[in-house]
Design a protein around this ligand. Structure first.
Ligand code: FES
Ligand SMILES: [Fe+2]
Length: 349
């Protein structure tokens, strides 16, 4: 069961071209392609005739012809030519078309009720498209529930052990966290005042000396986590509310459910320093991929263990407060989309 009336990342902008891409999103098989005017089309990936995936079809201009009996479907999902040309297509012969918005380097899809799809509600991934910032990343297919990835990203204490060979640092466990939930967003902040900058951040800042360092994990519904990270010289007076004084980045994570136990993971890093250094961007992306592969190994093993132990429940400690609250938001949204008991027909008995 997924939150349906929300925007999800369907793909990176560069993944979609004229040839259809097949991708299952929230359990629904979808195919995506670009029209000649560059806008993105998303249709249910099943021919309305005998359900052959339309993504196997043959493109004809902006339309797609089914590879089985040749039904021609336009970019709105309507049948416009029958297998036997003398027959006229009935308007009931159609593939569902999904609302799409392209923003912040991603293609966003609305899986639920199309009449509710408001482009203003696309999650605000501003660092991915803001002047003065640069952004790049990649995609992983994960064999685990998307909520396990949210739990992982809302609790950076795991860095110490999961990433002990790469970015793990004991100091992270020593700084207290603060968890806040407001409306539908959840924030976990860790502020490290007057600390020695780790080598990566010292190099980014380009100077020695003690710094204020922050890690602020933002959960944005339905399934994204943006982690605001950086350092500023102590004298700059950065605060939790305003910290643009030093060098700053956002770890970008969008987890789109494929099915109950598989996830499309779109990740990257946006930063406001060395923005023109494409070599840095490429090196950082490779490093981030190798760190995230350490998470993938843990998350997929965790998912397998959950399946093998159906009588055991996940427990929440203090470090899990961000993930727990994010799950509450998701559960609330799922409940809100179910017909309420009051609207259901009374039981005649
Ligand atoms: S299955 Fe597509 S036209 Fe028959
Ligand atoms: Fe991690």
């Amino acid at each position: 069961m997924f939150v349906r009336n929300q925007w999800y990342v369907a793909s990176w902008d560069h993944e979609i071209d004229r040839t259809p891409l097949a991708r299952t999103i929230c359990g629904e098989p979808v195919m995506l392609y670009r029209k000649f005017d560059r806008t993105v089309v998303a249709l249910q990936d099943a021919c309305p005739h005998r359900l052959l995936p339309l993504s196997m079809g043959i493109k004809e201009g902006d339309n797609v012809r089914c590879r089985y009996h040749g039904l021609l479907i336009d970019s709105e999902g309507r049948a416009i030519e029958m297998p036997v040309r003398s027959e006229r297509p009935h308007k009931s012969i159609c593939a569902k078309a999904y609302p799409i918005v392209e923003r912040h380097r991603f293609v966003w899809i609305w899986i639920g009720d199309a009449s509710l799809a408001d482009p203003d509600r696309v999650p605000d991934f501003w660092p991915c498209s803001h002047p003065g910032w640069t952004f790049d990343g990649d995609y992983f297919h994960l064999h685990c529930d998307y909520r396990l990835v949210i739990d992982n990203l809302m609790d950076l204490s795991h860095e110490t052990y999961t990433h002990q060979g790469s970015i793990g640092q004991r100091e992270i466990l020593e700084s207290p966290i603060e968890t806040r939930a407001e409306n539908d967003s959840v924030t976990v902040s860790r502020w490290m005042a007057g600390v020695d900058a780790p080598p990566f951040w010292r190099n980014a800042l380009g100077q020695e000396g003690d710094v204020d360092r922050w890690q602020i994990c933002h959960f944005l519904p339905p399934s994204s986590v943006l982690i605001d990270v950086g350092v500023a010289p102590v004298a700059a007076g950065a605060t939790l509310e305003k910290h643009d004084q030093g060098v700053r980045g956002f770890v970008i994570d969008a987890m789109t459910p494929e099915n109950d136990t598989s996830t499309h993971y779109f990740w990257g890093m946006a930063r406001n320093f060395d923005v023109l250094d494409v070599g840095f961007t490429a090196r950082f992306k490779a490093q981030q991929a190798s760190v995230f592969r350490e998470d993938v190994a843990v998350l997929e093993a965790q998912q397998r263990s959950i399946a093998r132990n159906p009588n055991l429940k996940l427990k929440a400690f203090g470090i899990d407060s961000g993930g727990v609250r994010a799950r509450h938001v998701i559960e609330r949204m799922i409940r809100a989309q179910q017909p309420s008991a009051a609207n259901e027909a009374p039981d005649p008995h």
